[in-house]
Design a binder for this molecule. Sequence first.
Ligand code: G1P
Length: 318
Amino acid sequence: MGRMTSPHSSAGTPARAVRKAVVPAAGLGTRFLPATKATPKEMLPVVDKPAIQYVVEEAAAAGLDDILMVTGRHKRAIEDHFDSAFELEQALAAKGDAVRLDAVRDPARLAGIHHIRQGEPLGLGHAVLCARRHVGDQPFAVLLGDDLIDPRETLLSRMLDVRDRHGGSVIALMKVAPEQIHLYGCAAVETTGEDDVVRVTGLVEKPSRRDAPSSYAVIGRYVLEPAVFDTLERTPPGRGGEIQLTDALRELATSGTVHGVVFDGLRYDTGDKADYLRTVVRLACDRDDLGPEFVAWLKEFVAALDGGTVGEHSRPAA
Ligand code: G1P
């Protein structure tokens, strides 16, 4: 792949007003211990790429060419992944292994990647605030690493289009079942003339099912106006004692404009163990190189599960 040029600057279309993306990557990854004891959770492989690479590819595909990672501990692995790897590249070049050489070089070619440390784990709102100096007085995107949007979807581009037309900030929303809403920020909304665009009138972080104003969950994609920084500076710690981005957005929704793009495509939560496994299986099935053989095995495996003979079938095929 190696997208050096964004789709928006190569086809004669004017470059977007939004060029920068912020990727908070400072979480402790406690749900994946012990795998995340010495490795950042963002570096866990989804098939053969770390989860965070999908997120950076998504930003680059939407025309964002400047990405700031807000990291905490274990910064090195993320930094190294998006850097060149001289010895490895030399070795692969000497072998004439062009495919693997590209795979090694691709992450560093996706965009200009920068890193900053959050220092104290004071919450998502605080992580975004750490990006203030780098972002400056411009609108910017925020992509959360635990939310993986299928590479065939164009959610972020759609959000950038909505921001170009309406200004203000834009968040991504997805309808979820009532018993799931406590896991997300939840938006009160009004319809607009467009099917997949709503106006956000209120927001609450991880409400109980009873207190949820709707079934619209905030998923981890945001296009924010720089005014969010001043709002975040004033935002007191909220749920969990953390400075919540949702709380700052609630204020922006009342003092300014926040739209929601309603997404009904493929999204995976790689921060959850069972969802992580589903993500790997789904994306592996879709791969031209791995898919056919893996799908054949999977069908056999599921049939064996149904027949109660999983042990017999899984061992030789594994
Ligand atoms: C964060 C946000 C939440 C949002 C979610 C999406 O929560 O605070 O509003 O709905 O991401 O994944 P987290 O899952 O990091 O606790």
